[in-house]
Design a protein around this ligand. Structure first.
Ligand SMILES: CC(C)(COP(=O)(O)OP(=O)(O)OC[C@H]1O[C@@H](n2cnc3c(N)ncnc32)[C@H](O)[C@@H]1OP(=O)(O)O)[C@@H](O)C(=O)NCCC(=O)NCCS
Length: 181
């Protein structure tokens, strides 16, 4: 399965929540803005390492108009609870480093209302596959030392600590080699 601009898949989370995960598109700008508004202050800070309360139009543009080669993002849509409208639930992206072409900065965000159901892991699994298909060998992330959920995820995939700046840690994860390699 190639994860490209036309990619879309249905996944069922461990509590039965059905989600559609697909490649981000420029029209996702509204969903992204609304999803950002649904994040708690703690989640926003953990993702962006700043206390910004909204995404500017230029940031939304940058985050949704991606080339799917050096910058790729996947979005998840679904219902927080049965009977509620379908909304954006999460997003995962990588951005290849300009001077280290086999390394990409990776980030994942799941809205607070559905955290802990397995969506973060689903998004990271698919994002990893998309990255491997594009020759990326390493994910790099800047995370807060006290961000236990992400520390736990990174620990489970053998992440290594590369650098520390105050409360921020720079970690790297080696991605599995492409299948058939
Ligand atoms: C990190 C984040 C994406 C995880 O998403 P999620 O959907 O809640 O994660 P999952 O349910 O898939 O859980 C994945 C793993 O995280 C760990 N985890 C999740 N919630 C946790 C918690 N409250 N405490 C400790 N570990 C936790 C567990 O190891 C879990 O694996 P397991 O369920 O097999 O035990 C989500 O918490 C988030 O968006 N946080 C704010 C933004 C952020 O910190 N992004 C990461 C930096 S870029």
């Amino acid at each position: 399965m190639m994860i490209d601009r036309s990619f879309s898949t249905e996944e069922v989370l461990r509590d039965g929540t059905r989600v559609t995960v697909r490649a981000i598109r420029p029209e996702d700008s509204t969903g992204l803005r609304e999803g950002f508004g649904r994040l708690s202050a703690v989640s926003r800070y953990r993702r962006f390492l700043s206390s910004q309360t909204e995404l500017s139009p230029s940031a939304l543009d940058y985050l949704t108009r991606v080339d799917f080669q050096d910058h790729a993002a996947l979005v998840a849509y679904g219902r927080i609870r049965e009977g509620q409208p379908v909304t954006g639930l999460g997003v995962a992206r990588f951005i290849r480093l300009a001077d280290e072409l086999e390394v990409a900065e990776a980030a994942v965000t799941v809205i607070d209302a559905v955290q802990g159901r397995g969506l973060g892991k689903v998004l990271l699994r698919l994002l990893t596959q998309a990255a491997i298909e594009r020759g990326i060998r390493v994910f790099r992330a800047e995370i807060l030392r006290d961000n236990l959920p992400v520390q736990q995820i990174l620990h489970s995939v053998g992440a290594r600590l590369c650098d520390t700046h105050g409360p921020i840690q720079v970690v790297e994860v080696d991605l599995p080699p492409p299948s058939g390699a």
